[in-house]
Write a protein that binds this ligand. Structure first.
Ligand code: FE
Length: 234
């Protein structure tokens, strides 16, 4: 069985938010799917261990902010590689509170959906939450970010808590084969790979900058890990 076949399914990059009393939290989700159109229902898969899972389970409301292709990696890293148990993920984030009381991310969001939970299915590691869309709108005409764009253009990786994470050794990254001029370095925390050919434009690092030449205070654009938490890729 070649699990890479699963990589041929298309996904997006979404900020999934919910609330619990007066507390709010959000995370990155990529398994989001419209199920029906009358009523309009949408499903999303969430890891059991995530704080957002706990919040949706309790409040029965959630919101999906659909990110644009130009969403910066640190926005995705803030929601995707940190826990709301440790930090306030909305600190410094431009958002508004929706009709269901849940935050809608306004930075780099092309559209949002506000949902009320109507069904949930336990799938072992994850729960599939299905909600009825009670409000939605378009915020910009930019392209929504697909998972393929995040992976291929932004060099983003899946955390192990993602519903379709596949062990790294089973991944085949055709794009990077035969490319040995400058060493790539991988973040040991989140799996992001620094590619010298691409640099890190969001942080002002020009394409063609060797990892060794990055400033000492440069940090992983996804999770914020420091340079010494990177390892050279074989
Ligand atoms: Fe990282």
């Amino acid at each position: 069985m070649n699990k890479n076949a699963l990589h041929k399914i298309s996904y997006g990059i979404y900020v999934l938010t919910s609330k619990n009393g007066d507390k709010v939290n959000g995370q990155i989700a990529n398994a989001v799917l419209q199920m029906t159109s009358d009523p309009i229902t949408v499903g999303v898969c969430v890891n059991h261990n995530n704080l957002t899972h706990e919040f949706i389970d309790k409040s029965k409301v959630f919101t999906i902010s659909i990110l644009s292709e130009d969403a910066p990696m640190n926005l995705i890293g803030n929601f995707g590689y940190k826990s709301g148990r440790d930090i306030d993920k909305f600190k410094g984030i431009n958002y508004k509170t929706g009709k269901n009381g849940v935050p809608i991310v306004l930075d780099s969001t092309v559209a949002f959906l506000e949902l009320e939970l109507i069904k949930q299915m336990d799938l072992g590691s994850h729960t599939m939450f299905v909600g009825k869309v009670v409000n939605c709108d378009i915020l910009s005409d930019e392209n929504p970010m697909t998972y393929a764009y995040y992976h291929n253009v932004k060099s983003g990786k899946l955390p192990k808590s993602a519903p379709h994470y596949i062990e790294a050794e089973e991944e085949t990254d055709i794009k990077t084969k035969g490319d040995t001029k400058m060493d790539k370095y991988a973040c040991t925390v989140c799996g992001y790979v620094y590619e010298p050919e691409k640099g890190d434009p969001d942080a002002g690092i020009e394409p063609g900058t060797k990892f060794e030449d990055l400033p000492d205070d440069w940090v992983c654009p996804i999770c914020g890990a420091s340079k010494d938490e990177f390892e050279k890729e074989e």
